[in-house]
Design a binder for this molecule. Sequence first.
Ligand SMILES: C[S@@+](CC[C@H](N)C(=O)[O-])C[C@H]1O[C@@H](n2cnc3c(N)ncnc32)[C@H](O)[C@@H]1O
Length: 198
Amino acid sequence: MLYDMASFIYEPINALLEKPIGIRKARKELIEKARGRVIELGVGTGLNLPFYREDVEVVGIDISERMLKKAKGKKSPAKVKLVKADACSLPFPDRSFDTAVSTFFLCVVPEKERVLREVRRVLKPDGFLLAMECSPPKNPVFRTFLSGLSALTSRLTGTDFRVDVGNLLKKGGFEILEERSLVNGAVRLLVAKPSGEP
Ligand SMILES: C[S@@+](CC[C@H](N)C(=O)[O-])C[C@H]1O[C@@H](n2cnc3c(N)ncnc32)[C@H](O)[C@@H]1O
């Protein structure tokens, strides 16, 4: 399975890239906003786990056992439980989480609308979603370059810079409360809440 194989190289690559372009700092700022009972979708190797506040309870889900194994080694101030599960069909009751977190997950998962329906289902009505995802950059040359690259990366790793994450969330029944960009918009950070009934 792709992410089982990627688990070995995921962190060395991220260690090289994330700090210089501000993603490590952005993870910290975003994750510190999580409150109450938190579901982290596609928790991966657990790069966000060190940044949770100690008064939250995190359930990190992922379909890759090897990714979860790496995440188990991460320290966190929060109480963390890691569960092997598919975000398309979450094994949790309706309205059971205060916060959902998705970092570089919605931009790789093919079944985006289905995942967002599940997120709305498990979120409490006053809950919110924290997301950091790839998106089309603002600069037209950079956008054309990443769009071309996405034709390849979407097949290899699922990563797609062609989907605007703000529009995706709105179509999926979320209202955007905050949005900011990194790397000329190629990475977007959003805080969103469910709009209306699921
Ligand atoms: C690009 S990694 C991001 C990992 C982590 N969120 C981060 O910010 O570093 C995407 C993760 O999503 C997981 N994943 C992919 N499809 C999934 C699905 N349908 N349900 C749960 N996890 C999934 C992969 O195994 C992988 O760990």
